[in-house]
Design a binder for this molecule. Structure first.
Ligand code: ADP
Ligand code: MG
Length: 696
C-alpha cells in the first residue's frame, strides 16, 4: 500500500472488503478508508467487566455471571422459556421466546453462564430478554474485551463484526500512514478549545478504553466527539462562506430604480408599514442598488407582512427595467401571491403572469416567450420556474417565499437564470421559520439576515384551546356561531404517515359530514388532489367571503391570507409538529377581530403531544415555539432540511452542539486569515463532491 490520502483509498484496500461489500457500503456513503474512519459508533457496550447481578440497574447493558438455578416453560400469551440464574443471593431471569430443546437442555440447573444483555423489569425480578450467553467452565480462562464494544450504524448485509474488523484495519492503516489523514486544525486552536488531535479522537471513538465514560459518550459530550463535530461544523461554515464569497464576487445589475412605482404602491395601501418592515425594506433597497448580488434572508413570523416587503423589492427591480420572479412552495400559495400582486401592480399598469405545473403546451410556451422577450416583467410561480427552458430577458431579482421548503440547490437553479451575460440576479429569501440566531447564522451562513420582529398593529393573539374529539358537536356549534356572525372558519383535517390519497379522502368525508351538520353554511373543500383550477376557484371564493367554512388538508399551511377568517379547527393536532401547527394557526388572527383556534385532539395523548399542545395554548410567539420545536424534534425538521438532505451532518448535531457555534464562526475567521489553504481541504474532507454548493 503506497502512502496516499485516506480519502482517496477505496474501502477495498482494506483486507477482506470485496466488491460486494463495497457496493453495500456505498449505499450509506462509505467509499473510502477515511469514510470508514468517520463512520462512528452510535453507541457502545461495556463488555470489559462483569457486573455483579446484585448491582444491575434497569436499562443497563451488562455482562453478568451466574449459576442456573432452575428453568421452566411458561404458556402465557406467548410461550416462553424462563431461566433463573443467581449469584450470591441476587437473581436474574433470562427470558427466551424462541428456543430449542437443545438450548433448554444446555441451560440445565447448576451450569455457570456468562450473559450479555439489556436489563429490563420482569414480573418477578429483573430480566434479560434473549441475552447472548455462553457456558463458563472453571478450566478455561474467559477473556474480557479490552475496550468498550462499538455498535455501528449499518446497512443490510454488513454485520457488527464486519464493522469491527473494518475499523480495526482502517485504524491500523491510519497508524501506519498518519499523513493520510492530516490534522487540518491549527494546534493553537485545538489547545484553546481543549480538543484532541484528529487521529487520536478517531481512534478513541472507535475503541474507547474500558474506563471511558459511557454517559459522556452517549450524550456526545466527550472531547473526542466534540473535536470531530467541531471540525465538521467548521467545514460546513467554510463552505457556505466560500459560496457567499464567490457569489458576492460576481457582477449583478445595480437596481437603482427611480422610486416612482414604489411611491404609488405605498400610496394605494390601506395601511402604513411597521417600523420593522420599513427597516427591512431599507436593507433590501440598499443591497439591490449594489453591483453584486444581494443574498438576503428575511425572517418574519407568520403574519408579519413579508409579502408587501417583497412587492416593494419587485418594484425596485421593475423601475430599473429588469424582470423579477417570485417562487412559492405550493400552487395554492403561488396563486394567492398572484392575486396579491395583481391587486397591487395592475393599477400601476404592470402585467403579472403565473407559471405553475398546470401551465402546459401552448399556454406555457406563450408565457415562456413573454419572459424571454422581456415583455412580461413579473412572474409568480412554483418549482415550475426552475425548468431549464424558463429563460429570462433580464432577470434582476429572484424572491423565494417560505424558503424552508426549498433547498440550496433550488435557490441556486433560479440564480442561474440571470439572462444576458454573466449577471447574477439579486436574491431575496423569505421564511416564517424563526430559528435562533446562532443556528440561523450557521444554517444560512451564505446569506445576510433581516428580521421583521414586529406584527402589524391591532393584531390580537389567537386564543387557543385543546378539546378532545369526543366534544365534536360542541366544536361544530362554535363553527356555526362564528359563521352566523359573518366570520369565516377553517377546518383542517390531518393524517400523516398515510398516503396523500387517504388524506384527501378524509377531508372529503369531513366536508360532507360538516355540510350535512351545517346546512345553512356555504362549505368549500381544498386538498392536494383537486385540479389547480378547482382549488383556485374555492380559494378565491373563500377569499371573497362566498364560502363560510373551508375544509382542507394541511395544504393551506403556508401563506394563505384571508383576514376575515377568525376560527380554525385543527383535527388531530397531536399528529403535527409545532412548526406546522404554528404555520397553520397563523392563517387566523390576521384581521381586527379576536381569533380562536381549537385543537381537537384524539385522546389519549402521549407526553410529547401533550407538551406540544400546551406550548400552542400558551404562546403565539414564533421564536418561543421554534426553540421548543428544536428541543422536541431537532434541527432537521425545524430547518426543513430533513427532506432536502441538507444540513445533515455525519457527526455534528446542531442542537447538541449549539454551544460551539459561536466558536466555530470565530475559528472560520481565523483559519481563513492564517491558513486559507486549509479551508478548501476541510471542505473537501467533510462535504466533498456531495454538494455542488461551490460550483452552483
Ligand atoms: P406573512 O409575513 O405571513 O407572509 P403577509 O404578507 O401575508 O404575512 O401579511 C399578512 C397580512 O397583513 C396581510 O393581509 C397584509 O396585507 C397585512 N399587512 C402587512 N403589513 C401590514 C401593516 N404594516 N399594517 C397592517 N396590515 C399589514
Ligand atoms: Mg407569506
Amino acid at each position: 500500500m503506497k502512502t496516499q490520502s485516506l480519502d482517496a483509498m477505496p474501502v477495498t484496500a482494506l483486507k477482506g472488503v470485496g466488491t460486494r461489500n463495497a457496493e453495500r457500503l456505498e449505499k450509506i456513503g462509505v467509499q473510502t478508508v477515511q469514510d470508514v474512519l468517520f463512520h462512528l459508533p452510535f453507541r457502545y457496550q461495556d463488555r470489559t467487566r462483569v457486573t455483579p447481578i446484585g448491582a444491575l440497574r434497569l436499562g443497563d447493558q451488562a455482562v453478568v455471571e451466574g449459576v442456573v438455578e432452575g428453568s421452566e416453560i411458561r404458556f402465557g400469551r406467548r410461550r416462553s422459556l424462563l431461566v433463573a440464574i443467581t449469584e450470591g443471593n441476587a437473581s436474574l431471569t433470562l427470558r427466551f421466546f424462541h428456543f430449542s430443546a437443545a438450548q433448554k437442555a444446555m441451560l440445565a440447573t447448576g451450569v455457570r453462564l456468562r450473559c450479555f444483555g439489556e436489563v429490563r423489569n420482569g414480573p418477578k425480578s429483573l430480566e434479560m430478554v434473549h441475552p447472548e450467553y455462553r457456558r463458563v467452565d472453571g478450566e478455561t480462562e474467559q477473556v474480557m474485551e479490552e475496550s468498550l464494544t462499538p455498535i455501528y450504524p449499518t446497512t443490510e448485509g454488513i454485520h457488527q463484526l464486519s464493522w469491527r474488523g473494518m475499523t480495526e484495519k482502517a485504524l491500523s492503516v491510519l497508524a501506519d500512514y498518519p499523513q493520510g489523514l492530516p490534522d487540518l486544525l491549527p494546534e493553537a486552536l485545538l489547545r484553546s478549545h481543549g480538543l484532541p488531535e484528529l487521529a487520536a479522537a478517531v481512534r478513541y471513538l472507535h475503541r474507547p478504553p474500558a474506563d471511558a465514560s459511557l454517559d459522556e459518550l452517549a450524550e456526545g459530550r466527550h472531547p473526542a466527539q466534540r473535536r470531530l463535530a467541531f471540525e465538521e461544523l467548521l467545514a460546513h461554515q467554510l463552505s457556505l462562506r466560500e459560496l457567499r464569497r464567490l457569489h458576492k464576487g460576481t457582477p449583478a445589475r445595480a437596481l437603482v430604480g427611480g422610486g416612482d412605482l414604489r411611491r404609488r404602491l405605498m400610496a394605494s395601501l390601506p395601511f402604513k408599514l411597521t417600523a420593522a418592515q420599513e427597516r427591512v425594506v431599507g436593507e433590501i433597497g440598499e443591497d439591490l442598488r449594489g453591483k453584486h448580488p444581494m443574498m438576503r434572508l428575511v425572517q418574519g413570523d407568520v403574519g408579519s407582512g413579508k409579502t408587501i416587503v417583497s412587492a416593494l423589492a419587485v418594484l425596485q427591480a421593475l423601475e430599473s427595467h429588469c424582470q423579477a420572479a417570485l417562487m412559492a412552495p405550493t400552487e395554492l400559495l403561488a396563486e394567492q401571491h398572484m392575486r396579491s400582486f395583481r391587486d397591487w401592480l395592475e393599477p400601476l399598469g404592470l402585467e403579472v403572469v403565473g407559471l405553475t405545473g398546470r401551465h402546459k403546451g401552448k399556454a406555457r410556451q406563450q408565457i415562456l416567450d413573454s419572459l424571454a422577450s422581456g415583455e412580461i416583467r413579473l412572474v409568480v410561480g412554483t418549482h415550475a420556474l426552475l425548468q431549464e427552458d424558463v429563460v429570462f430577458h433580464a432577470l434582476g431579482l429572484v424572491i423565494v417565499d417560505e424558503q424552508h421548503r426549498f433547498g440550496v440547490h433550488q435557490r441556486m437553479a433560479l440564480r442561474g437564470k440571470g439572462g444576458s451575460g454573466e449577471l447574477v440576479p439579486h436574491q431575496l429569501i423569505m421564511t416564517a421559520t424563526p430559528i435562533p440566531r446562532s443556528l440561523a447564522m450557521t444554517a444560512y451562513a451564505d446569506l445576510d439576515l433581516s428580521v421583521i420582529d414586529e406584527l402589524p398593529p391591532g393584531r390580537l393573539p389567537v386564543s387557543t384551546v385543546a378539546i378532545p374529539d369526543s366534544r365534536r358537536e360542541e366544536v361544530i356549534d362554535r363553527v356555526r356561531a362564528a359563521c352566523r356572525a359573518q366570520r369565516q372558519a377553517y377546518w383542517v383535517c390531518t393524517l400523516i404517515e398515510e398516503s396523500e390519497a387517504l388524506q384527501c379522502q378524509a377531508a372529503e368525508d369531513t366536508a360532507l359530514q360538516l355540510a350535512e351538520a351545517l346546512p345553512d353554511l356555504r362549505t368549500g373543500l381544498v386538498h392536494g388532489r383537486l385540479k389547480a383550477a378547482e382549488k383556485e376557484l374555492v380559494m378565491a371564493g373563500f377569499q371573497k367571503g362566498e364560502i363560510d367554512l373551508l375544509v382542507s388538508t394541511t395544504v393551506i399551511e403556508v401563506g394563505v391570507d384571508v383576514p376575515n377568517a377568525s376560527l380554525m379547527i385543527i383535527e388531530n393536532p397531536e399528529r403535527l409538529g409545532l412548526a406546522q401547527l404554528h404555520q397553520l394557526r397563523g392563517r387566523v388572527g390576521r384581521g381586527a377581530t379576536e381569533s380562536h383556534c381549537v385543537l381537537m385532539y384524539h385522546p389519549p395523548l402521549t407526553g410529547n403531544a401533550r407538551e406540544r399542545l400546551a406550548v400552542m395554548r400558551h404562546t403565539g410567539d414564533g421564536f418561543v415555539i421554534a426553540r421548543k420545536d428544536l428541543e422536541l424534534r431537532g434541527p432537521g425538521e425545524v430547518l426543513g432540511t430533513r427532506q432536502t438532505g441538507e444540513m445533515q451532518f455525519r457527526i455534528a448535531d446542531l442542537v447538541r452542539d449549539q454551544g460551539m457555534l459561536d466558536d466555530i464562526r470565530q475559528a472560520a475567521d481565523l483559519l481563513l486569515k492564517d491558513h486559507p489553504e486549509r479551508a478548501g481541504q476541510l471542505i473537501r474532507r467533510w462535504i466533498g463532491e456531495k454538494t455542488q454548493y461551490i460550483n452552483a
